[in-house]
Design a binder for this molecule. Structure first.
Ligand code: SF4
Length: 692
């Protein structure tokens, strides 16, 4: 921690790391940030913070920060620093040329879940209004897109049901495929507080995460399932609920539909814990006991993470959890619900703002004529009724030669996306790659134009956290690059012939409120008055909505969906006998672009491969050995860490460092509904990298 003397002023803003969305006082001396102090009135954190938000802000002034725009003809050429006018003009001219040569569908953009709502909104607007297509997608494609799909299908809204405060009323907490201690530390503290007060805990995870057994918290049940069998486990729990008479009939009869067909499906013998025990690896009696505990609790709450979504059946699993919660009447009040723990600071917001190729802001389908008319009247021009390309489709089309230009906003796809060989081949095939970022990241190696971005300390706007809370982000200094990101995007759109002009991000939020029914009451004035607000915020809920689906579901009735278990195509084989799954660590954040440029890197200087003692012994591997990790798509090297947190046959690593690059080995398998990559299941082999 660098203490730079006594602060002379402070600004209240929001942490730019995880989806908890902690509020901080940024304390300054002159223009120098002295420290970040958790804000006691922060709606999400109530004065708490973790090591990232509090201490890991040094990246904002790191010497690696790029402050000047740069261009080059070919990716083998050296970069040439240019003024903003030239950089913006180059992007606009080359994008227009690609449109003219290959058609307007040949270009697109990826929005960032690390940027503000206002920035994301203008990027998707630029694509729809100036690029003339719906080829906009978000990095949420690779994390919580199944949440958006699954919760919309069942509840009618692509968002979690509760506020964080609600966990204090839960009697049973079920954590599925999430590691809140590392991924969402401040919310984990709230959860642990409730567990210490006596709430019971069920953990569903192949790995023995900290919550299972820590000094003050013990899980009642740890369902240590085999990777890829989530759906079989949640179906088996629901089977117990249905066949043992634990359904909340009054709730189901009054609030839900399509129950009978689902009940007939779930009661089939093949969904029983006994029938699925061998498949899932979870003892039937343990699973029955966990199902009874959840169903019989006055309040049962589900919290989940990427261990749910990043599977070939990620969307099915989200709907499976929704089915279970509805069957037990665990929706619509304090202490219950189905709650995604969002990874990035603004992944909820980037989805809300119309970043998906099939949805305009507010999750409204582009094929809806009335919705398109609202936007066309405001923006001018015509919005296409056909969905655009998703990120993996953009890569495929680039390799096929039909997709030629990509604007990548604050996202390092050449490190974070799966099957990196395919990603880099796609980037190399494009004629124009524009990267806007703080640093020359891995993706920038393939870029023709680099637009330097601003850190969160230089931004005004909003982030929306995992509980739909819209938090204010306030600039403590001017952009070091000389331009706001929303200005850059607006100027590109204008130079392409679609004038976009805003004087301040508050004007962008006013426009968002004008066209998005769940945001009609939101303004910077309201946020400054209330501190933060949870959407929907409109005439019916002028101060926001902490808990959703209280009297009725957003779609009217909650819908039960048949969730048939379908095994993943990824199987362990003689050549690749182990299953790799991935996760995060407390001190680092995602691909590490920020945290690796802070003191936090000392806590976790490299990714390691956790390996069960049995799997290590048969391969002659000891703790600290350098090992090769190979799948059918690629190979990398990293250090072995012998650990019994994973069961035999399953190995685990994090993905915070580009050198070790776990995504060199992850495959093209993806969720059937959303194409969210199946990061959590890769068949691999592990061997000693070199003799000791
Ligand atoms: Fe930031 Fe998340 Fe830590 Fe809060 S819990 S300080 S939002 S990283």
């Amino acid at each position: 921690v660098v203490e730079l003397g006594m602060p002379t002023r402070s600004v209240i803003t929001t942490c730019a790391y995880c989806g908890v969305g902690c509020s901080f006082k940024a304390e300054l001396r002159g223009d120098e940030l002295v420290r970040m102090v958790p804000h006691k009135d922060g709606g999400a954190n109530e004065g708490h913070s973790c090591v990232k938000g509090r201490f890991a802000f040094g990246y904002a002034s790191h010497p690696d920060r790029m402050l000047k725009p740069m261009v080059r003809e070919k990716i083998t050429d050296p970069w040439r620093e240019v003024e903003w006018d030239e950089a913006i003009g180059t992007v606009a001219r080359r994008m227009r040329e690609l449109q003219q040569q290959y058609g307007s569908g040949a270009i697109g953009a990826i929005t960032s879940s690390r940027c503000t709502n206002e920035e994301v909104y203008v990027v998707q607007k630029m694509v729809r209004a100036a690029f003339g297509n719906n080829n906009v997608d978000t990095c949420a494609r690779v994390c919580h897109s199944p949440t958006g799909y699954g919760l919309k299908q069942t509840f009618g809204e692509s968002a979690g049901t509760q506020d964080f405060r609600s966990v204090a009323e839960a009697d049973v907490i079920m954590v599925i495929g999430a590691n809140p201690t590392d991924g969402h530390p401040v919310f984990a503290s709230r959860m642990k507080r409730r567990l210490r007060e006596g709430a019971k805990l069920i953990v569903v995870d192949p790995r023995r995460i900290d919550l299972v057994r820590s000094p003050h918290v013990q899980a009642e049940h740890h369902l240590q399932l085999r990777p890829s069998t989530n759906v079989a486990v949640v179906n088996a729990m629901a089977h117990v609920v249905v066949t043992e008479g634990l359904v909340d009939r009054a709730f189901v009869d009054e609030r839900c539909e399509d129950f009978d067909g689902w009940e007939e499906f779930i009661a089939r013998p093949e969904n029983s814990p006994e029938a699925t025990e061998e498949l899932t690896g979870v003892p039937a009696e343990e699973l029955r006991a966990a199902a009874r505990l959840y169903a019989q609790a006055p309040n049962g709450a589900i919290y989940y993470g990427l261990g749910v979504t990043e599977h070939s059946q990620g969307s099915t699993m989200v709907m499976g959890m929704a089915n279970l919660a509805m069957a037990c009447g665990n929706i619509g009040r304090d202490g219950v619900g189905v709650n995604p723990l969002r990874g990035q600071n603004n992944v909820q917001g980037s989805c809300d703002m119309g970043s998906f190729p099939h949805e305009l802001p507010g999750y409204r389908h582009v094929s809806d004529d009335a919705v398109r008319t609202v936007f066309e009247n405001l923006w001018g021009g015509t919005i296409l009724a056909e969905p655009g390309l998703r990120i993996p489709n953009m890569f495929d089309a680039a390799i096929d030669g039909t997709f030629r230009g990509l604007f990548v906003h604050g996202e390092d796809i050449a490190q974070s996306d799966p099957n990196l060989k395919h990603v880099t081949a796609a980037l190399e095939a494009m004629e124009l790659v524009v990267v806007q970022d703080l640093f020359l990241n891995e993706t920038a190696k393939f870029a023709h134009v680099f637009l330097p971005g601003a850190s969160f300390l230089e931004k005004d706007g909003t982030f929306t956290n995992a509980e739909r809370r819209i938090n204010r982000v306030r600039a403590v200094m001017k952009p070091k690059t000389g331009k706001h990101e929303w200005q850059i995007v607006s100027e590109i759109a204008t130079a392409m012939g679609h004038p976009m002009s805003y004087g301040h991000p508050s004007e962008i939020m006013d426009e968002i409120a004008q066209v998005t029914p769940t945001f009609t009451g939101v303004s910077f004035q309201l946020l400054d008055k209330l501190g933060s607000v949870q959407w929907p915020c409109n005439e019916e809920a002028p101060e926001g909505t902490p808990i959703m689906h209280v009297d009725e579901f957003v779609r009217g009735k909650g819908r039960f969906v048949v969730t048939t278990f379908v095994p993943t195509a990824e199987r362990s084989t003689r050549r690749f006998p182990l299953i790799l799954t991935t996760g995060r660590i407390l001190s680092q954040y995602n691909v590490g672009a920020q945290t690796r440029r802070t003191g936090n890197v000392a806590w976790h200087p490299e990714d390691v491969l956790e390996l069960h003692p049995h799997d290590a012994e048969v391969r002659g591997i000891v703790d600290g050995d350098m090992v090769t990790l190979a799948s059918r798509v690629g190979e990398t090297r990293l250090k072995a860490e012998i650990s019994d947190r994973m069961p035999p046959g399953v190995v685990y690593t994090t993905f915070h460092h580009p050198v070790t690059g776990a995504n060199v080995v992850t495959t093209e398998n993806s969720d059937w509904a959303t194409n969210c990559p199946e990061y959590k299941v890769t068949a691999v082999q592990v061997g000693l990298a070199r003799p000791r």
